[in-house]
Design a protein around this ligand. Structure first.
Ligand SMILES: *[C@@H]1O[C@H](CO)[C@@H](O)[C@H](O)[C@H]1NC(C)=O
Ligand SMILES: *[C@@H]1O[C@H](CO)[C@@H](O)[C@H](O)[C@H]1NC(C)=O
Ligand SMILES: *[C@@H]1O[C@H](CO)[C@@H](O)[C@H](O)[C@H]1NC(C)=O
Length: 618
């Protein structure tokens, strides 16, 4: 009896000893995983980060801890999983997606992030073969609709892509095992659905609404009126006049010519820049100048603030911050114009009415330049509480800020007519691509991924072409364009910041970008790049390249010619037209939705729905 009691007691004790601590351990583990690990990853990242990137990492940590205390707990988990750069889409889900794990073990880390949206559902069917079925959807974004649209689409498509089913260029250059079937099934198994940032979903939604909107007669400006404030010259024109003093060692004045498109290109020995006359030496920092020039031509500008749905603040904030990057001036001086701008805006009823929700700024720099923290770099423009509701179009956004929106870096090609666009698309689609992949850039530090990529590229001259950007080599439009037109894939590692102008130069030339950080494009350009990342890019986590886990050449060679062709088709028909900044006096109809127009319609939609949300709260 006593023995039995003892046994029972022992059992109880054992249970306590094992179960309670193990529960505790599990809890601790959960908490550690959710918060501690995030902090750890942020910390380990900071070893590599430049001043600008550190700001981004610091912000991320702030957001995570803010969310911790709010009710948005599930999205917190999502956020952590999705944006830490070292933690690739693939790896964060490895433990839960056995199929994917399989793929990863095969050395194949191309990941495919999909959105749970109608578009994805619509596309799934055709991915198994029927390529043509995808085109109407893709071309919808170019403004094709209905019967007439179909005939028109067919015409453009034939002209641009040729009437043949296959692109000739791909026929003979087969670098890997050409196993289409295997490729197809693998592709599906790689599909993972972590869902994108909620913010990205919202922004994409605006853009989709714009795409699906019933075409209004172009003569109607109803719902599209934009008012542009009349700011003193020191906010714009005077900054342009400083063009030779922005950089201490280099005059930027040439870039300001032709409304910010820059000087026209005069040398093109390779004859690749088609049509001649539409190519300029464009600098990406001219975004705000170029955008303003286009806006001046916008058909639905109004002088009456009471009539407008959207308000443009013509402050060249990018140039303002740029001129002080290398100058020894006080913080007060760096921040002066921003503070003054707030005072000016406060005087307007149109500003006070909605707290800035229906206003926008265009800043031709990266967001971190306007968020000075402990470094000397930049100003505090985007930290001004008064500007919190204003949408800012930027070359690089803070993915955590729904009012930061990344827009394409301006490239060299500025079409003036539909014919110009067609001619270029045709050149891209029919270009003969001899290199499997290429890289145009300069090595940064020796431990950077660039050094590794350059070593990989130069050791395989049969597969890869390397263009070293010494002197002004990479500032000459014909040299990079010629390279990108001749390559299937273009390596796009991060530089000083996560985004890279070269991503756009390569896309414009139909070269499929290979990205090593999610922040280079995936979380940047919700209005201009498709949500289905694998449709136009290849993602390889930088860590896998540095550690040698992934053999880039092998990985790219294993992508079948038919898959390459599909990606290029998406890029040509669906992406390029939306990345171009047409010349200010352009007359585009079929291709009227260029980078500028996509931004404007998305801004109108964003402003409209933000106001509707505000009203429903009142
Ligand atoms: C910057 O200017 C301040 C005074 O305006 C001066 O004391 C300081 O030495 C300067 N720094 C550099 C690096 O020139
Ligand atoms: C931003 O908008 C919100 C309403 O959504 C408003 O409460 C807030 O005051 C606005 N901020 C500013 C600086 O006006
Ligand atoms: C723009 O092009 C269309 C057709 O391509 C033409 O009908 C129209 O007159 C042109 N408008 C201008 C201002 O050139």
């Amino acid at each position: 009896m006593a023995k039995r009691m003892n046994a029972a007691l022992l059992l109880l004790l054992l249970r306590r000893l094992i179960i309670v601590p193990s529960m505790l351990l599990i809890c601790v583990f959960c908490i550690w995983t959710v918060f501690g690990l995030a902090a750890f990853t942020v910390f380990s990242q900071s070893r590599h980060c430049t001043a600008q990137k550190c700001t981004s990492l610091a912000r991320r940590w702030i957001v995570l801890s803010e969310l911790k205390s709010s009710e948005a707990f599930p999205s917190n988990l999502l956020l952590k999983e999705q944006v830490l750069p070292s933690d690739g889409f693939g790896r964060s889900t490895k433990s839960t997606t056995t199929d994917h794990q399989q793929g990863a073990e095969d050395g194949d880390t191309v990941t495919d992030l999909e959105m749970e949206d109608a578009e994805a559902a619509g596309n799934n069917g055709h991915r198994r073969g029927d390529e043509e079925a995808s085109l109407p959807l893709e071309l919808k974004s170019l403004g094709f609709s209905g019967e007439k649209g179909n005939a028109r689409r067919q015409m453009i498509e034939n002209r641009v892509l040729g009437t043949g089913e296959e692109d000739v260029e791909d026929e003979d250059d087969d670098y890997g095992e050409d196993e289409d079937e295997a490729d197809e099934t693998q592709e599906d198994s790689r599909v993972i659905r972590p869902g994108l940032l909620r913010i990205m979903d919202e922004l994409r939604e605006h853009s989709r609404n714009e795409d699906n909107a019933v075409e209004e007669p172009s003569s109607s400006c109803s719902g599209k009126w934009i008012y542009s404030y009349n700011l003193p010259a020191r906010f714009n024109a005077d900054l342009v006049a400083l063009c030779d003093r922005i950089l201490p060692w280099y005059s930027m004045c040439d870039y300001f010519e032709n409304s910010g498109m820059g000087k026209a290109v005069t040398t093109d020995r390779a004859g690749v820049l088609k049509p001649a006359g539409r190519w300029h030496k464009t600098n990406q920092y001219m975004l705000e100048v170029l955008f303003h020039a286009r806006l001046k031509e916008y058909a639905c500008l109004t002088d009456d603030p009471a009539k407008a749905q959207l308000f443009y603040i013509p402050y060249y904030g990018g140039l303002d911050v740029f001129r002080y990057h290398y100058a020894n001036v006080s913080y007060e001086q760096k921040d002066e114009l921003g503070v003054e701008l707030m005072g000016l805006l406060e005087q307007h009823e149109s500003w006070r009415r909605n707290g800035g929700i229906d206003h926008f700024l265009v800043l031709g720099k990266i967001t971190w330049d306007f968020r000075r923290t402990d470094t000397e770099w930049g100003n505090t423009l985007l930290m001004l509480p008064g500007l919190e509701n204003v949408t800012r179009l930027l070359l690089e956004r803070d993915p955590w800020n729904a009012n930061d929106v990344g827009v394409p870096h301006p490239t060299y090609f500025h079409p003036a007519s539909d014919r110009d666009v067609e001619e270029w698309l045709h050149a891209v689609a029919s270009s003969r691509r001899d290199a499997l992949f290429s890289f145009a850039g300069m090595p940064r530090t020796t431990d950077s991924i660039r050094a590794v990529l350059i070593a990989i590229c130069t050791s395989q001259p049969r597969l890869c072409r390397f263009l070293e950007c010494s002197g002004d080599v990479c500032l000459r439009p014909e040299s990079t364009t010629e390279l990108f037109l001749a390559s299937h894939f273009c390596l796009q590692p991060v530089g000083d910041s996560a985004t890279r102008r070269s991503v756009f130069d390569s896309l414009i030339a139909g070269c499929i970008p290979v990205l090593f950080s999610q922040e280079t494009a995936y979380v940047q350009y919700p209005w201009h790049l498709p949500a289905r990342l694998a449709d136009y890019s290849v993602y390889v986590p930088a860590e896998d390249v540095k550690s040698g886990t992934v053999d880039i050449a092998r990985l790219l060679a294993a992508i079948s010619p038919s898959r390459r062709r599909r990606m290029r088709r998406t890029i040509v028909t669906r992406i390029i037209p939306r990345l171009l900044y047409a010349a200010p006096a352009a007359n585009l109809t079929t291709f009227r939705r260029d980078a500028f127009q996509v931004s404007i319609t998305s801004l109108l939609e964003k402003s409209r729905s933000a106001l509707a949300a505000l009203e429903s709260k009142l």
